[in-house]
Design a protein around this ligand. Structure first.
Ligand SMILES: Cc1cc2nc3c(=O)[nH]c(=O)nc-3n(C[C@H](O)[C@H](O)[C@H](O)COP(=O)(O)O)c2cc1C
Length: 367
């Protein structure tokens, strides 16, 4: 039997659990329609606000990290892009049209406003009339918007998260996803604040505040705009381990709240790991930007392969399956003691590190 990729979250039916994450992949109706045609289960549109005239982007606005300068593989990606600069009225028309043309595809509206109740409630009231399936509140963009007390400036403060999610829940007739920032010490604090205010799902992670590098010819930080730069949002493969940790922590802290996991997903095998740590759907942004919308076919095949290999019939069976295997360090030591583990496992530092550091590191690694 071929396993099924369909899944239901917040009562919304997804033909597969792969969504494109908010960003360039969902900048307008034309590209969103293209992604649906290619087989993505859903789309979170580029974040929209009531007054797009305040949004002004720069070029360049991206930076790439490669293992070596001439490498084709891009490990990490930085952006200093703001939210959508397209007019609100255009977005309303396009969201409506998309829902009419693609009633079975999931359309999530990513929205962001200033720290005041009226604009948040206004954007929610007006956007939900288009027929979108859910909202994703961008409480997490780490660059540019915090200068206007938006994005991460809200998401890093649990009391503001509760307040904003509460305002939205007062007027929203559809599920509300809260998108979390990874730029906090304990990701469960803002996540619990969002859940307490009634968030129906938690999306994580947004980008990690970072500096992609310094140009050694010009000695200027990158991405360089007229000789200057600002720290930006880091994404792509390099952030995946951090994203997995955030998903795991939130899933363990809030077992009843679904998670839409993202950060560095480029294959179905990457996605499977997010499900195993508690995600119910996954989102892909940088992977699609670097490799094209077409990666969806391979990603679906790879996820089906994981399910088949483990004789599972649905994605739901993967969700959270690896969560019980996190414990404390003291417990790991105790388990090894009990299992009379291999000598290397319990060796003291003085016996392990004799000077052949590459070999010794290898002997302590699990992959
Ligand atoms: C160029 C770019 C623009 C983005 N714009 C938005 C945005 O408008 N709203 C938002 O919530 N997240 C935005 N993101 C963050 C992504 O949705 C996602 O949370 C993050 O990049 C991690 O996933 P990834 O590694 O698959 O890209 C953007 C990311 C990139 C790379």
């Amino acid at each position: 039997m071929v396993p099924s990729l369909t899944t239901v979250v917040n009562g919304i039916e997804f033909e597969n659990p792969f969504l494109l994450g908010s960003g360039p992949p969902g900048t307008n109706a034309k590209v969103i329609a293209k992604s649906y045609d290619l087989g993505w289960g859903g789309m979170v549109c580029k974040t929209i606000s009531l007054d797009s005239s305040k949004v002004v982007n720069t070029a360049p606005r991206y930076g790439k990290l490669r293992a070596r300068e001439d490498d084709k593989v891009i490990l990490g990606f930085e952006n200093i892009e703001l939210i959508s600069d397209r007019p609100f009225a255009t977005w309303l028309d396009e969201l409506k049209q998309l829902k009419q043309s693609y009633p079975k595809k999931v359309l999530v509206a990513s929205v962001m406003e200033e720290y005041r109740k009226e604009p948040w409630q206004e954007i929610v009231r007006r956007v939900q009339e288009t027929g979108v399936d859910a909202f994703e509140l961008n409480l997490s963009c780490p660059h540019g918007m915090p200068e206007r007390k938006m994005g991460m400036a809200m998401g890093e403060d649990p009391s503001i998260v509760t307040e904003v999610v509460g305002w939205v829940k007062e007027v929203s007739k559809i599920p509300v996803w809260a998108k979390m920032t990874p730029n906090v010490g304990d990701p469960t604090r803002p996540a619990k604040a969002a859940a307490a205010a009634g968030a129906d799902c938690l999306s994580t992670i947004n980008t990690i505040l970072a500096i992609i590098g310094v140009d050694l010819r010009t000695l200027r930080p990158m991405p360089t705009v007229e000789g200057y730069s600002v720290p930006g949002g880091y994404s792509g493969q390099a952030v995946r381990p951090i994203a997995l940790r955030h998903v795991m922590e939130i899933a363990r802290a809030l077992p009843g709240v679904p998670i839409s996991g993202m950060g560095g997903i480029e294959t179905g095998f990457d996605a499977a790991q997010f499900f195993l740590l508690g995600a119910h759907t996954v989102q892909v942004c940088t992977g699609a930007m670097l490799q094209g919308y077409e990666i969806i076919s391979k990603m679906k095949e790879e996820l089906v392969k994981v399910l088949t290999d483990h004789q599972m019939e649905s994605v739901r069976e993967l969700v959270g399956k690896s969560l019980p295997y996190f414990t404390t360090h003291a417990d790991l030591v105790e388990r090894q003691r009990k299992a009379k583990a291999a000598k290397v496992g319990t060796a003291r530092d003085a016996e392990t590190w004799k000077g052949e550091i590459k070999k010794e590191t290898e002997s302590l690694s699990s992959n």
